[in-house]
Ligand binder design. Sequence first.
Ligand SMILES: NC(=O)c1ccc[n+]([C@@H]2O[C@H](COP(=O)([O-])OP(=O)(O)OC[C@H]3O[C@@H](n4cnc5c(N)ncnc54)[C@H](O)[C@@H]3O)[C@@H](O)[C@H]2O)c1
Length: 286
Amino acid sequence: MKEFKNKVMFITGAGHGFGKVIAEEGARRGMKLALVDIDEPALTATAKAIEATGAQVLAIPADVTKEELVTKAIDQAMAKYGAIDLLVNDAGIALAGRMWELPTRDWEWILHANVLSQVYSMRKVIPIMLKQETRGTILNVSSIAGLVDTPGMPAYHASKFASVGMTEATAYDLQRANSGIEMHVMCPGFVQTDLYHTEQHRPAQYSDPSDPYYQSEAFKKGQQVAKYVITTGMPIDTIAATVFKALEDNEFYILTHPQFNPLILDRVNRIVNHKAPDVHVMDGLM
Ligand SMILES: NC(=O)c1ccc[n+]([C@@H]2O[C@H](COP(=O)([O-])OP(=O)(O)OC[C@H]3O[C@@H](n4cnc5c(N)ncnc54)[C@H](O)[C@@H]3O)[C@@H](O)[C@H]2O)c1
């Protein structure tokens, strides 16, 4: 994607973190925005701040774990702007917790929030992009956790590997269909955002405070680790510039932390050599 002026960005997760700074950068480049988030006060704050710069903004409070709400949000954006040029699937959550401890409802929540939300919007937006005259671009936000594994968060890895896999597979199908639609998957390492406040975005349908897991040491430890890795991550200031440069250069994988490249290579080597994961590989890195 080379031209941004007057193009329409539909972005989820615009209330905080990556979504917010990508939306702000889009506005700086003259884009019209449709912003979605479950956190209505944060969404309104982002929308008002961007509107004050003179950009056109539509703020749509919605829970992206629900297909009907994603569909409705896209309909609202189409009714206002008549096109979607850049779809950014950024809304997401992070949950720590070992396979035998994390409740099934939390697995369902993270797979809906991080994977199915991207499915819902792509299933709706790709047919729109195929019909419209301007070339479409789709950016799915995954994570370095979609390329390499670490201990303690199998559900997060499952969701992020799924996001990478379905983005790659969809890119093949869009190439075969000669669609002209450009696909990107963003795979950052830890960055200072609000991601450790995931519990504040837990939809009611995935909530059961009576489950003793949420009082357990395992749960508390997961929260502490999430807070530590996010608050000690890379500052967010360069992220939007990195994303837009990658869109301009049509880079498929958007990577922000080259220090993790050896882990990616190690994983590929282990696969082709039939070797089991080795937890010591990431000593000193995580
Ligand atoms: N921060 C990091 O270190 C990091 C690293 C790799 C990948 N990521 C990914 O980046 C994406 C954005 O996360 P972030 O770090 O900016 O965190 P963040 O918490 O600052 O932003 C995520 C946004 O998604 C919204 N959201 C959560 N659940 C939602 C739902 N059901 N419906 C609608 N909106 C919802 C939140 O309200 C929030 O505004 C996520 O997919 C995350 O997994 C983050």
